[in-house]
Design a protein around this ligand. Sequence first.
Ligand SMILES: [Zn+2]
Length: 375
Amino acid sequence: MDTEKLIRDVVQNVIKRLKSELPQGREVPGSGQRLDVKAEEKEGPAAVGVETIRASRREVPQRKIVCGVSVRHVHLSREHVDVLYGKDYKLQILRELYQPGTYAYKETVTIVGPKLNAIQNVRILGPLRDRTQVELAKTDCIILGIDAPVRASGDLEGSASAVLIGPKGAVYLSEGVIRANRHIHLSQEDADYFGIKDNQLVDVRVGGPKGLTFNNVQVRVSPEFKSEMHVDTDDANAADLVNGSLVEIVDASCISPIVPAMADANHTPPPIPDSSFAGEITDTNILKSMSVFTPVKGSSVFKFFAGSQPETVEGKSSPEGSGSGSSPGSRPGKILITVNDLDNYKDTGIKLGPNVILTPLARDEALARGIKIFQ
Ligand SMILES: [Zn+2]
């Protein structure tokens, strides 16, 4: 087999396809620029390597997609609003979201999982739905001890459970907790431009120093949508994405495995030692949002998760006997000091150490109140 000829044939086929996809002189919608495939043509096939094709593809001005970062949130049913906030309670709209007809409410809920940790101030998004749905990132799930599956919105069969707490009551949700899949809301106009159909999976490339390519991004097409990619906070943080970042839908065929310089196909990486930080949460911003909620044994929240980790409920007082914010179960022996705990330290001051976590807000507030902080 003449490998060189085979490669040349493949390259020529790709060039032919590119030319047919991008007719000469066609105006790229929205760019005001005209495509010119002539330059490439003049060089002739022999001069066009794979690198040139990649380069020429990158030069094609692409429409970018705006990114929306979905922080953990809940969609509630009417029935559950009644339980959490009281019968016929009318939720107040805080602000409209980018997708037409969707909004954030002023009201929030607290979520508790089987570790009996809680995450407070979880935003309720509108409009109300037939079924309550909780959307978390993996990091949230680790804090709560919830193994939520990756699902498309609305696909809740057999998903994870949690307890939601509002000012008037608690909801014991036996299913409805998911990690939302990466998805793009695509306007009909952009769907036509890209030639993408509803429910198609695409890859999405992010540039910059933390750039990466997201796979398995589900595209939803509707004339009602404004084009926007939704990712959770873990995906966004991994790629340094913020609301409004621009990303690019790419053709998966551009990505191929690197050819190894040395033959070592059977190489397996060594196992990670136990002392690694895998699975440990050290982000104080996340800890800051965790509450000091401690259901007592025999309480209904405890019963809902009974059998999961009962030992975390008892004996949770921290070694120093103060820092009430130490989170049960997940960080044994560590003390989290939040603004709410500062009263306990107003006479003694705060002694920092490897096991003491002082939130940035608490530090500022302690200094403002004249509470001493020792190293
Ligand atoms: Zn979405």
